[in-house]
Design a protein around this ligand. Structure first.
Ligand code: FPP
Length: 226
């Protein structure tokens, strides 16, 4: 199968998953990482070319320090233990977002993972970390001003991503929350009640099926859509 789909996932429900089990919220985030592993593994066989996951938004710094620290530590652990497996699976990792507020050890793990997985061709796993789409747009606008080029193509190049076809958001939430605003201009949305840690390959398949039944017109008429 040729992989062409660009999917964005806003992973919600880790906290609720943990609370329902009387576990600390961090246990929910750990289960969330397991769900990421599952979905990354099955994505290429479902025709997914890139998977953009919202791991930590620029606004997530508002959470209790302990939870923030645990989340960032989990991400670092994921990178350290998962990179070999990702290389075997042909996954290329790319991080989006600010790096200057993250610890040196985390940034080092991110850079190592990006470098080591750079030739992965089956799937791009784009991890949004300390990410705000509005900030990314401001930065891109600055590059445009420096270059004196003001067109859509240059904006897309400055952002360094591609358009997202389908956004999946879990745990019953139905917002975009500063997630890749430019790239989602024509995205389809699938919302599910499933909590992120319970999100399965079957759920991913179902979301893609819903997406494939949608008629994407890009403002035109069905026959004109490419
Ligand atoms: C939202 O659920 C989830 C997050 C803010 C963190 C998501 C991060 C992960 C699943 C780990 C990412 C890992 C990798 C490897 C990319 P919530 O905590 O807001 O849950 P709630 O809505 O039930 O409170």
């Amino acid at each position: 199968m040729t992989s062409t789909l660009h999917i964005g996932i806003i992973m919600d429900g880790n906290g609720r998953w943990a609370e329902r089990r009387s576990h600390p919220r961090t246990a929910g985030h750990r289960a969330g990482v397991r769900a990421v592993r599952r979905i990354v593994e099955s994505a290429p066989s479902l025709g997914v070319r890139s998977l953009t996951v919202y791991a930590f938004s620029a606004d997530n710094w508002r959470r209790p320090e302990m939870e923030v620290r645990a989340l960032l530590r989990l991400l670092r652990t994921y990178l350290i233990y998962e990179t070999d497996r990702l290389i075997q699976q042909g996954v290329r990792i790319q991080f989006m977002g600010r790096r200057d507020r993250l610890s040196e050890t985390l940034v080092e793990a991110m850079e190592t993972a990006e470098l080591r997985t750079r030739s992965g061709e089956c799937l791009t796993l784009r991890i949004a970390l300390d990410y705000s789409s509005r900030e990314a747009l401001v930065d891109a606008a600055k590059s445009m001003a420096e270059a004196g080029r003001f067109d859509r193509q240059f904006m897309a190049e400055a952002l360094g991503t591609e358009d997202i076809d389908l956004v999946i958001r879990t745990a019953g939430e139905q917002r975009l929350s500063d997630f890749f605003l430019w790239e989602c201009a024509y995205a389809e949305f699938v919302f599910t009640e499933r909590l992120w840690p319970d999100f399965s390959t079957q759920d991913m398949k179902a979301a893609i099926e819903v997406y494939s039944r949608r008629t994407r017109k890009f403002g035109g008429l069905p026959a004109m859509a490419s």
